[in-house]
Design a protein around this ligand. Structure first.
Ligand code: NAD
Length: 351
């Protein structure tokens, strides 16, 4: 008999650092979703619900794991007593949307406070109302403008990134990819600050609407990474910068809201070698998380200073990146891991 262990599969290896991953299927509607709790060393897990048409279960799993991990690093860098989690719903034509969100809401309820959820790409206020009808651990409209808070943090991070790169954001051209819940308020803040805007969105009408209001130039969605600008601000989906795109990106800095914007570590190394500072996404886009944690765990709205601190953290990370000649996302990840390691050591029972 063959005594060797079975060859490792993608899923089991990738799950090794997760506390809990729940696969969900509603037998009546066929709706499918995954909820992942990555790490609760610092506090209960926080993460929004993404609804997207995935190629299949493997793609959805890969996405939810990467997003949940990024939430853990985000919480650690934002200095909030929370950990990382995420939920994804597999979208498809004819999906019973309410059933899908009820499915996730019930799973969040069963986790009993170990996971708090809220908005992400594809999830509207109406969807969140469905989730909130099943669990109290869901951020809704009543919590305040989470997208606006994320935009506040990204704006602070962008000012710090521009200063680090040696230019004034008020005189800069910023290309915002995706003008949704975060991209739009970010454009408003940039416009008020004096920056010139270039916007793009797969929803062309939305881009045109924002452009008309904020005197921006619209470019087609497939030109987002080829149009010259001072700051490239990805506020749509992740993975938009791989090595090939990074090598040619005609921007002096990168700072946006999209999670996991670097497709791989090599893309980060290319931009670092080219002298293009990248504000680590899990540091820059923490504003909504900070807002959600303040309301959910402490029952209060966050002070504005908390978003300004995101800019200070980005400035410190970029300075260390330059001093050590290491890409900024590597520096930030080291700090996040160290904070979790120290917290785990502090709370370990003494012999
Ligand atoms: P959203 O769904 O409200 O907006 C996304 C926008 O991007 C939409 O207008 C959509 O049409 C557009 N879009 C999608 N794919 C595109 C593409 N390939 N090219 C151009 N445009 C595209 O989402 P959001 O809440 O604004 O979040 C945007 C990003 O920021 C996501 O990656 C999300 O995970 C991240 N993020 C959001 C928050 C938050 O508070 N909402 C917090 C942290 C991170």
């Amino acid at each position: 008999m063959d005594q060797r262990s079975p060859s490792p599969s993608f899923a089991t290896d990738a799950l090794a650092d997760f506390e809990e991953v729940v696969f969900l299927r509603d037998p009546r509607s066929g709706a499918r979703a995954i909820v992942a709790v990555h790490d609760t060393t610092l506090g209960p897990a926080f993460g929004g619900i993404r609804r997207m048409a995935y190629a299949g279960m493997d793609a959805a799993l890969a996405d939810v794991l990467a997003l949940a991990r990024a939430m853990t690093w985000k919480c650690a860098m934002a200095g909030v007593p929370a950990g990382g989690g995420k939920a994804v719903i597999l979208d498809r034509p004819g999906l019973d949307r309410a059933a899908a969100y009820r499915l996730v809401g019930d799973a969040v309820a069963r986790l009993g406070g170990r996971f708090h959820t809220g908005p992400d790409v594809g999830t509207t206020d109406g969807d969140l109302a469905v989730v909130a009808s099943r669990t109290s651990h869901c951020a809704t409209k009543a919590h305040g403008d989470l997208g606006g808070s994320t935009a506040d943090g990204v704006f602070a991070a962008m000012r710090a990134t521009a200063a680090h790169a040696g230019f004034d954001l008020a005189k800069a051209t910023v290309l915002v990819q995706g003008v949704g819940a975060v991209g739009q308020p970010l454009c408003e803040r940039l416009h008020a600050h004096g920056a010139r805007l270039v916007v793009t969105d797969v929803d062309g009408a939305r881009a045109v609407q924002v452009a008309a209001r904020l005197r921006a130039r619209v470019v087609p969605a497939d030109q987002a990474t080829t149009v010259a600008c001072d700051v490239f601000a990805p506020c749509a989906i992740g993975g938009v910068l791989d090595e090939r795109v990074a090598e040619k990106l005609p921007a002096r800095a990168v700072c946006g809201a999209a999670n996991n914007v670097l497709a791989n570590e090599a893309a980060g190394r290319v931009l670092h070698r080219r002298g293009v500072p990248v504000a680590p996404d899990f540091v820059a886009n923490a504003g909504g998380l900070v807002h959600g944690v303040c309301v959910e765990l402490f029952g209060q709205q966050p002070e504005r200073e908390r978003f300004l601190r995101i800019g200070e953290t980005v400035a410190r990370v970029l300075a260390e990146s330059r001093a050590k000649d290491v890409p900024p996302e590597v520096v930030a990840l080291q700090h996040a891991r160290e904070r979790i390691r120290r917290s785990a050591a502090d709370s370990a029972p003494r012999a």
